[in-house]
Design a binder for this molecule. Structure first.
Ligand code: CP
Length: 322
């Protein structure tokens, strides 16, 4: 029997990834086949941080399924939320998540939440308190639209994209390569990509400067090296991404070596495809030459964000029929 997901906040919520990827393929090739399934169902999207792709692709996915969508920029338009159970709310917080989540759960059949890492306190970010309290109190399925530690909709879109561009039976060599940036970014995309790639049994190599190790709970099972040249040898896909330090939490790294991927380095690879989740700082994280080359899959990844969101929403709204 097809076991349906309860929430979608990590690859651990997926019971059968190859099956989910097969369903994604079906959604992509016939996007309106389930347009009646979402009729009279409402998706609520709660954003505490900016977004282009997640916001639009998830709305489009819901519309393809016939759902209604409500979007709220909670950081600007909502009350300041208290997350701690039992708190005496005599400070700056105005509404408890227990109340807000229960209310939203009455208005929505599925709720999506974007809540980035604050990058100030590793323990607090790892606890994912807002996401977990929402799951606890909303009484409806919750989708992560990127949490403090993970970005599963992006990773599902990335796995769909890799599957579409890899037709051999042996797993591809996929390199997750750290890139420079002007400001510290969360580890969520990198953590999540690692988790999904390992779960998909891809041959994953992570390369980064010293001190930029990811949290082992997500990267365990990958080959890890500080030697970018070595990592790139024979790669079939190179996923480029910046992330800030996990161990020296939230700090920006400025390595002596040049970590900006060059067209010359790509000659080491097996004519690798280049991937990036976007938004990308052109000519800081990745050059125009690579982003605009025929090897770049950035637009295919963005297109597959709709497919990923539609596949997940379809699973979750079937559950609300039970
Ligand atoms: N890749 C991604 O999540 O893009 P947005 O931050 O624009 O949603």
């Amino acid at each position: 029997m097809n076991k349906l997901m309860k929430h979608f906040t990590s690859v651990k919520d997926v019971h059968d990834l190859p099956l989910l990827l097969g369903k994604a393929h079906a959604h992509k090739h016939n996007p309106f086949q389930f347009r009646e399934t979402g009729k009279n169902k409402t998706l609520g999207l709660i954003f505490l941080n900016p977004s282009l792709r997640t916001r639009l692709s998830t709305q489009k996915a819901a519309m393809n399924l016939g759902m209604q969508v409500m979007v709220m920029n909670m950081d600007k338009e909502g009350w300041a939320l208290e997350l701690q159970d039992g708190a005496v709310m005599n400070g700056t917080t105005v509404e408890h998540i227990k109340d807000a989540a229960a209310v939203m759960g009455q208005y929505c059949d599925v709720i999506g939440l974007r809540s980035f890492a604050a990058l100030k306190n590793r323990v607090e970010d790892n606890a994912e308190l807002l996401l977990n309290q929402l799951k606890k109190y909303a009484q409806v399925p919750v989708i992560s639209l990127e949490s403090a530690t993970l970005h599963p909709l992006q990773s599902l879109a990335d796995m769909i994209t890799i599957t579409e561009h890899w037709k051999r039976s042996s797993p591809p060599k996929v390199v997750l390569s750290w890139a420079p940036h002007v400001k510290p970014l969360p580890q969520a995309v990198a953590n999540s990509f690692a988790e999904w790639a390992i779960h998909s049994k891809l041959n994953l190599v992570i390369t980064h400067p010293e001190g930029m190790e990811l949290d082992e709970q997500f990267s365990k099972g990958a080959t890890i090296t500080n030697n970018q040249q070595e990592a790139l040898q024979g790669a079939d896909f190179v996923y480029v991404k910046n992330w800030s330090s996990y161990h020296d939490y939230g700090k920006l790294c400025s390595p002596k070596e040049n970590w900006l991927l060059t067209p010359e380095q790509l000659t080491l690879t097996n004519e690798a495809h280049i991937m990036h989740c976007l938004p990308v700082r052109r000519n800081v994280e990745l050059s125009d030459a690579l982003l605009d080359s025929s090897r770049s899959l950035i637009q295919q990844q963005a297109a597959n964000r709709v497919v990923a969101a539609q596949t997940v929403l379809h699973e979750l709204i079937q559950r609300t029929h039970e």
